[in-house]
Design a protein around this ligand. Sequence first.
Ligand SMILES: *[C@@H]1O[C@H](CO)[C@@H](O)[C@H](O)[C@H]1NC(C)=O
Ligand SMILES: *[C@@H]1O[C@H](CO)[C@@H](O)[C@H](O)[C@H]1NC(C)=O
Length: 244
Amino acid sequence: MDVASLCLFLYLLINSFDSVQARASLTVSPNKSQFFKYDSFRVSCSEDEWRVMRRAEDGEVHACLSSCPVDVAFPDTDSGVYWCQGELGATSNHVNITVTGGLLILESPALPVTEGGDVTLYCRSKFSRNKADVHKDGVHFALTSFHGNLTIRNVSKSDEGRYTCSDPELGQSPESWLTVAAPPAGPVDPAPLSASFLLRHVIVGTPYLLTTVLLGLVYRDRRRALRAHKARQPSDDVIMEIAI
Ligand SMILES: *[C@@H]1O[C@H](CO)[C@@H](O)[C@H](O)[C@H]1NC(C)=O
Ligand SMILES: *[C@@H]1O[C@H](CO)[C@@H](O)[C@H](O)[C@H]1NC(C)=O
């Protein structure tokens, strides 16, 4: 194997190593964990090669493409826990999505909310907007605004839990699981990235560097040879100059 193919091999090896390490993340659009029957939403993986997986309530697992559109949602076929799965079995974050045929849903972000931020829960009825009661982990938590909104400010880990909302006439929504994530701890440590970055550039750069050095050596040798040749046979030069 010559130097160039060895470098190419190492380059591909490092790249595949990187993509194995890359963690896909799952997104839900719109970012809600509950939908009414007949609503539409889309679940996608950040990596094209990964597939969206769904575990239904009966435990059965279904696979979709890396972007999984649900144009008309149904409780049985579209509720469940969603995640992304890579070829080597690596998995992303998991997200609960509930599709209900009921009259109330509690809209909350499907993805984790960051500590210190605000989150708005929205108790939505198919027919009207109204004040509703919000419960957390089975206990009454707060009353929403007239439009059904409830904003929790400066979210902390203690706000994590199962939320529902209820209305005397419309009944109760399914449970929404609010997950609170710690904010990113300062700047992310760039060490592993830059090590791989540096290594990759050294490896890619090596053939060029070697070629340059080799060409330089060849050129120098040629000039030396030419000079030696000239020194030995000065008459040739004279003849050549005349010929020109
Ligand atoms: C999904 O919901 C179930 C129960 O409803 C809960 O046990 C589980 O922790 C939830 N998973 C996620 C990722 O929110
Ligand atoms: C947010 O909450 C944390 C503790 O939970 C507190 O230390 C901080 O001062 C609060 N920030 C604001 C802006 O209220």
